[in-house]
Design a protein around this ligand. Structure first.
Ligand code: NOJ
Length: 542
């Protein structure tokens, strides 16, 4: 990997859940015009790319992750003309656009599936995975749906069953059918031709299933969101991660390369850093998600372990990435912060933005949005209805962006019923209030992002840990060609001294940034005294 600036490696990618960002037409749902109206906010924040969760036509059983047309925009979000304008206006501000491609399954309202289910000899029959049930009516094998229950659904019209890894309204397509494969590759070209800069690939490693449809063996329980699902007691040998995936990724990469500086990031489905590492490199995806931070407890050592494992596994061709939030998990503010305090979130932000790897942010993270509490009758995510009250679904982290203290937090006009409730803390926790407060989380994010832009070592420098985090403090160097920075993060809410390792004696450091002080503290010998939850960044004086 060369040292020239690469937007996706050196920049910051900001995920927008379009339903929840900004509602321009007062229907309670965010839209593309709303995003356009906030591009200057994003530019000012300093992010380099927007990843849009799906914006294609969708019946919204899984809120956009059930696509009924890959080549258009859902009217609730706008149309292709609005989309082209969004791309143009974002590019004018130096912001790239990444689309979310959901190619493992379609909606059951996609014209392919409407045809496919009509008869066994329909020309689109083989676009999906149809099998006869067993003679006793049981499903053809024991594969399960990630959202609960069997993965097989009986279709009475033809008496066969189709496979769905997610909701039954999301039938999995048959990637072994050359017509499907070709069509999907053309989808990439369609959007690249419209000026898109990259893609996030939804559950890409589930595209291929074993052609023999063998039963999966049962195995030890995988730690998961709930630990309740039979899905987590199964070893997913035959329903994901088939060898055909690699040649497909190679073909996808060739298309992307032919369009210049583009990007692909795969959502690694089931499995951690080891699996993710397999699928990225110069001839496959640019990146694959490592979601470990989403599950790290507030313990410096847990983060240390995750970072060093990821650094150790990835090949030289691959580049790490870090994610504290996304649309499927409780927000970091809900996981880590106590009450409305943002101290820990400032430490987490400093970690995310100073590691060697692409930081992914999720809308509202920069103002510390908390999950909304959800009652049974407010649930929109069917997953939450199925497992209530043990698991309440994913609505909590998808609530409307809090722009200001006006009714509906400036997301929708006053009087409109927003698709999910706005968090009740919006009068105090919103963009406008935080913009005016120099000590706010939002301004801390901006300062960190500016420091990352100004200091090449914070982007591409080697990651050299100085502590293992067992004693509350995570400290590391970012060693670049021409500069070295030191990042010191106190995970504890008490004052803590950092004792630098002996081999660091004699190096001189100057102050760059801290959430707790505005100038350098005297470093006595090897000891740096830290304030509670302090994030301190220093630069070596040479
Ligand atoms: C992963 C996405 O992140 C999630 O939101 C979605 O429900 C499933 N894939 C199915 O597309």
């Amino acid at each position: 990997m060369d040292n020239n600036h690469l937007w996706w490696r050196d920049g910051i990618i900001y995920q927008i859940y379009p339903r929840s960002f900004a509602d321009s037409n007062g229907d309670g749902i965010g839209d593309l015009e709303g995003i356009i109206s906030r591009l200057d906010y994003l530019k000012d924040l300093g992010i380099d790319a927007i990843w849009l969760s799906p914006i294609y036509p969708s019946p919204d059983v899984d809120f956009g992750y059930d696509v009924s047309n890959y080549l258009d925009i859902d009217p609730k979000f706008g149309n292709l003309e609005t989309f082209d304008r969004l791309v143009k206006l974002a590019h004018e501000r130096g912001i790239r656009i990444i689309l979310d491609l959901v190619l493992n399954h379609t909606s059951d309202q996609h014209p392919w599936f409407i045809e496919s289910r009509k008869s066994r000899d329909n020309p689109f029959r083989d676009y999906y995975l149809w099998r006869d049930p067993k003679p006793n009516g049981d499903p053809p094998n024991n594969w399960l749906s990630c959202f609960g229950g069997s993965g097989w659904e009986l279709d009475p019209t033809t008496g066969q069953m189709y496979f769905h890894m997610f909701y039954k309204e999301q039938p999995d397509v048959n990637w072994r059918n050359p017509a499907v494969r070709q069509y999907m590759l053309d989808v990439f070209k369609f959007w690249l031709d419209r000026g898109v800069d990259g893609f996030r690939l939804d559950v890409f490693n589930a595209y291929y299933k074993s052609p023999n449809f063998e039963d999966n063996p049962m195995g030890p329980i995988r730690p998961s969101l709930m630990g309740l699902r039979a899905f987590d007691r199964m070893k997913h040998i035959y329903d994901i991660d088939q060898p055909e995936m690699i040649p497909l990724l190679q073909d996808i990469r060739k298309i992307l390369n032919s369009y210049g500086e583009t990007y692909s990031v795969g959502e690694t489905f089931i499995g951690g850093a080891d699996k993710a590492a397999l699928y990225c490199g110069d001839d496959r995806l640019h990146a694959t998600f490592n979601f470990e931070f989403l599950h790290c407890p507030w313990w410096a050592h847990a983060f240390y372990q995750s970072i060093t494992r990821w650094e150790g596994i990835l090949s030289d061709e691959a580049w790490p990435n870090y994610v504290l939030n996304n649309h499927d998990n409780p927000r970091s503010a809900t996981r880590y912060a106590r009450g409305e305090e943002d101290d820990r979130l400032k430490v987490a932000a400093a970690l995310l933005l100073t590691l060697r790897g692409t930081p992914f942010m999720y809308y509202g993270e920069e103002i510390g949005m908390r999950d909304i509490p959800i009652s049974r009758d407010q649930i929109k995510d069917p997953w939450g209805r199925r497992y209530w009250p043990f698991f309440k679904g994913r609505d909590g982290c998808r609530s409307p962006m809090q722009w200001n203290a006006m009714p509906n937090a400036g997301f929708s006009p006053e009087g409109v019923e927003t698709w999910l409730p706005v968090h009740s803390n919006y009068p105090v926790r919103n963009v406008m209030t935080q913009e005016a407060d120099p000590e706010s989380l939002l301004n801390w994010y901006k300062r960190l992002i500016a420091a990352r832009k100004a200091h090449p070592s914070l982007r591409t420098g080697a990651f050299i840990p100085l502590t293992d985090g067992k004693r509350f403090i995570l400290a590391y160097l970012r060693q670049g060609k021409d500069e070295t920075t030191m990042v010191v993060l106190n995970f504890s809410s008490r004052r803590q001294p950092l004792t630098l390792p002996g081999d660091q004696t004699g190096r001189k450091w100057e102050y760059l940034l801290s959430n707790k002080r505005s100038s350098m503290i005297p470093v006595e010998g090897r000891v740096i005294p830290l304030e509670p939850n302090e994030a301190l960044i220093l630069r070596e004086v040479v």
